[in-house]
Design a protein around this ligand. Structure first.
Ligand code: ACM
Ligand code: ZN
Length: 513
């Protein structure tokens, strides 16, 4: 972060991601049991954020606060005021201003998201003990340095993918990740829910998906797996929305579908039978693109998915779909001929376009990995570029939106010898080939946590601290980024991460254990 006076005041401010503008002032404000938390009467949307902060301060500091509505203009001396009345519209829907002086704290934001991010900044300005989950001794001082912050994100999409298929992750673990994402001002949880190795989402119309597809018979004889019930999914989506995180479900098609085919083999080209995959990799058996039953099935699955996930975007994968089966399948070949398609790549494009049109009729938007460009991109589709950045460049030049999660910077399943903290930090989601208005098509990016080699209890070590670097790449302005400054601030986060129960790993390969 670059203080306005040009001087880094060490020990004062270690916010990640670094805010747009910071002015460190004289003095400090100390929270106390007698203070008030107020919400301007014209800003009812911010009440939930004030209540969230009051609850946290009550649990940890024992203050017993509850927010009240006020008509006071400046806020309470010795308290915190949340207001959207004169919020700076230029900061956008997620921006905020935070003004701490010895008299009190003012949070100004036009939306509850902005106020929520101001509150996350406030957490990071407080001593690390604020992250304890139990009451801290009364001798603890809750002091915040006087500071004025203007802040807004560079990108609207700041996400993390978690693969809950290769290894199953509990809903408690997922909620914890949503908390951690929100703490670092990330706002998309990309939930990878279907794979060759496991189908993880309950679908009422197709019970075999979770009776058969959610389980695999390991070599050690143990039946490994699990799935999320609809009520668990609703709980996660609701939990995330209270933290301004949108959950984006990913339902893979036409490839990475062996668990679905093990459940309903008639949706394949050959008819099966199949087993839920035990090995990692890419498998030749995929959904048959020539069989209308495949589309009936997927439309029903997606209808149930859309009931659970209210967000605008549905991710349909689209990556790594071998064409071998389609080449020898009479139904797929008939489809190619009937639709006047050039080849099997065009058949994949037909598949994704048909699904995109279905989603569009339901008022949603399709996202797919960059393979959905092959054979022709569906109208309105958003491309997630993972094989480098070319997919995003091509999509943006075609006038489509794109997300970046290139293997060069954002694959947190890769070892530190390939992607260390500095490498993540050097990520700029805008590919250099894009100019002017084309850049507006870049919504932001994801870091991807694939879990072939990462059962739940090892995920923290791979994700942290790299996620903190990614958060800064997606939120902070390029001109405010500086690796050594970030690295210095990060050192102050380890104690916080320990309080948050994060079993973080190393920053660089040399220091990895
Ligand atoms: C991917 O890593 N196959 C998107
Ligand atoms: Zn077929």
């Amino acid at each position: 972060m670059i203080p306005d006076d040009g001087e880094m005041i060490d020990g004062a401010i270690h916010v990640i991601p670094t805010p747009s503008r910071v002015r460190i002032q004289e003095g400090f404000f100390a929270l106390s049991a007698g203070m008030r938390i107020l919400v301007d009467q014209a800003s009812p949307d911010l009440e939930c954020v004030a209540a969230w902060l009051a609850r946290k301060l009550s649990t940890v500091c024992g203050f017993g606060l509850s927010p009240a509505v006020t008509s006071e203009e400046r806020g309470p001396p010795g308290g915190i005021l949340f207001s959207s009345k004169d919020a700076n519209a230029a900061l956008g829907p997620e921006g905020y201003e935070l003004d701490v002086d010895p008299e009190g704290i003012r949070v100004s934001a036009s939306t509850s998201a902005g106020a929520f991010y101001a509150t996350q900044t406030l957490r990071q300005l407080l001593p690390p003990e604020i992250e304890k989950r139990e009451r801290v001794a009364d001798s603890q001082q809750w002091v915040i340095p006087a500071v004025r912050i203007h802040d807004a994100p560079r990108f609207a999409w700041r996400g993390m993918l978690l693969d809950c298929c290769r290894h199953f992750m509990s809903t408690e673990f997922i909620k914890r990740y949503i908390d951690l994402l929100a703490y670092y001002k990330m706002n998309r949880f990309h939930w990878h829910l279907t794979e060759d190795q496991g189908w993880r989402i309950e679908i009422a119309e197709y019970p075999e998906l979770t009776r058969v597809g959610a389980w695999r018979a390991q070599a050690d004889g143990i039946r490994y797996g699990g799935y999320y019930t609809k009520s668990e999914i609703r709980e996660v989506v609701e939990y995330a929305s209270r933290r301004h995180v949108t959950v984006v479900p990913e339902i893979e098609m036409p490839g990475h579908a062996l668990a679905a085919l093990a459940s309903y083999p008639e949706l394949s080209c050959s008819g099966g039978p199949f087993e839920v995959a035990l090995d990692w990799g890419v498998f030749e058996d995929v959904f048959c693109a020539g069989n209308d039953a495949t589309f009936v099935f997927l439309e029903q699955v997606l209808s149930e998915v859309m009931e659970l996930f209210p967000g605008q975007y549905i991710h349909v994968g689209g990556d790594e779909c071998p064409k071998d089966r389609w080449q020898s399948c009479p139904r797929c070949q008939t489809r190619i001929a009937a639709e006047g398609l050039r080849d099997e790549s065009a058949l994949q494009s037909y598949f994704i376009k048909r699904i995109a049109a279905f989603l569009e009729r339901k008022g949603r938007k399709l996202i797919g990995w960059d393979e959905i460009l092959e054979g022709g991109l569906a109208p309105c589709a958003t491309v997630q570029s993972w094989r480098g950045t070319n997919g995003a460049v091509e999509a943006a030049k075609l006038g489509h939106d794109a997300l970046l999660s290139p293997t060069s910077h954002s694959y947190f399943d890769f070892d530190l010898s390939r992607i260390d903290l500095r490498q993540v930090y050097s990520f700029d989601p805008i590919p250099k080939e894009l100019k002017g208005r084309e850049c507006e098509h870049i919504l932001g990016g994801d870091c991807n946590m694939w879990t072939e080699r990462a059962p739940q209890d090892t995920v923290d070590q791979k994700v942290f601290p790299r996620l903190t670097a990614m958060a800064e790449c997606l939120w902070s302005e390029v001109d405010n980024k500086d690796f050594s400054d970030f690295h210095h601030r990060l050192q102050h986060h380890y104690e916080r991460l320990r309080e948050l129960g994060v079993d973080y790993g190393a920053e660089f390969a040399e220091t990895a254990v």
